[in-house]
Ligand binder design. Structure first.
Ligand SMILES: *Cc1c(COP(=O)(O)O)cnc(C)c1O
Length: 389
């Protein structure tokens, strides 16, 4: 658990992205935080130390990242993990056997796998709910519900949940609200300000942004919740290493610049695709035809670089992914380079086929992560890849 510096909340987003959580190194004046590649810390005498005892609990490089992302999310406490899944796994350790959690039906495939294939064996109860409709969240609440867990926009169908309404429903039932903000990033959406209690990220994606680190970050406001999460982090030990923390911190410095470009490329790609294959086949909250476009405008400050497209068949999807040159066929998203994937066979392969179809993830669905390249090159690449379709 790392509390932000008191003066890190005042400035604008881009300023905080560059400066929050970091001060020039007091020993040397080094402008960048050192990579404290250490597992332990010397103690002066019994019980006398500088606040650092063992690096699973605390590492100064990790603290810089934790403060930085906490500030970007408008929260007080940050926690950096070794992966997004390590992060949500530690969050779930706030709960116990017999607890009930209401989860979005369309959350990240790995989150579904962790809950459905592992945590269910430990006595956790899950209700999978289509959270586009807030009433369904309210209907799913039980006396033993401890949390509402949601992801918005969802991966890969770009469905939205009204965070403020979901948080109100949870609060009324004394449950907490947990939001996976990986797709939107804190530049476009701040769940804590909408009433959520925990916001978390796969920092592997936009926060780090350069496809060279696996990581996760959580941010909370409440001091008591922060203590409990720090206990889970230190007990489970899925912490971010100093080198990965440092790289991710380098990434977050340019988050505003990058997301602006991802967002404008995403809008352009979505508009081109809608024109090419029809608006109904394109999933992007920035399109006026997206059923939740008004909600997107209300709770987000932009729409981001993720665009999904229904190409109609696996053959069509295969043509596109084998022809692209600027886009690379790969899992993951949110890096500076453009990527494309087929969720049914790649990111969401661990979901049973029948359930996949039920939630709309067909074999013809492609998910594009628009990078920060020149928009002309992205559109030209789509043009040649969709030729003849
Ligand atoms: C990638 C991803 C995760 C999992 O994070 P890892 O860093 O891969 O463990 C969770 N949620 C979303 C939305 C993701 O895209």
């Amino acid at each position: 658990m790392t509390r932000i510096f008191p003066d890190d909340h005042g400035a604008g987003f881009s300023t905080r992205a560059v400066h929050a959580g970091q001060r020039p190194d007091p020993t040397t004046g080094a402008i960048m935080p050192p990579i404290y590649q250490t597992s332990t810390y010397a103690q002066e005498s019994l019980g006398v130390h500088k606040g650092y005892e063992y690096a699973r609990g605390k590492n100064p490089t990790r603290e810089c990242l934790e403060r930085n992302v906490a500030s970007l999310e408008g929260g007080q406490h940050g926690f950096a993990f070794s992966s997004g899944m390590g992060c949500v796994d530690s969050i779930m350790k706030l709960f116990k056997s017999g607890d009930h959690i209401v989860v979005g039906a369309n959350v990240y495939g790995g989150t579904f796998r962790l809950f459905d294939k592992i945590l269910q064996n430990f006595g956790f109860q899950f209700s999978w709910v289509d959270m586009r409709d807030s009433q369904r969240i309210a209907d799913a609440m039980r006396p033993n519900t401890v949390a509402v867990m949601l992801e918005t926009p969802t991966n890969p169908l770009m469905q939205l949940t009204d965070i403020a309404v979901a948080a109100q429903i949870a609060k009324k039932a004394s449950a907490i609200t947990i939001v996976d903000n990986t797709f939107a990033t804190p530049y476009l959406q701040n769940p804590l300000q909408l009433g959520a209690d925990i916001v978390w990220h796969s920092s592997t994606k936009y926060l780090n942004g350069h496809s060279d680190v696996i990581g996760g970050v959580a941010v909370v406001n409440d001091d008591d919740l922060a203590k409990r999460l720090q206990f889970a982090l230190n007990s489970g030990g899925a912490v971010a290493g100093p080198m990965d923390s440092w790289l991710t911190l380098r990434g977050t410095k340019t988050l505003a610049l990058r997301v602006r470009q991802h967002d404008s490329n995403g809008r352009a790609a979505a508009a081109w695709l809608a024109n090419r294959v029809g608006e109904q086949q394109v999933f992007y909250p920035g399109l006026a035809t997206h059923p939740q476009h008004e909600l997107a405008k209300r709770q987000m400050r932009g729409f981001g670089g993720m665009v999904s497209v229904e190409t109609g068949s696996k053959e069509n999807a295969n043509q596109v992914v084998s022809r692209v040159k600027v886009f690379t066929l790969a899992e993951s998203l949110g890096g500076v380079e453009s990527l494309v994937c087929q969720p049914a066979g790649m990111t969401h392969a661990s979901i049973e086929p029948a359930r996949r179809l039920e939630i709309g993830i067909t074999d013809g669905l492609l998910r594009f992560s628009c990078g920060v390249e020149d928009v002309e090159d992205i559109i030209a690449d789509l043009e040649q890849a969709f030729q003849g379709l």
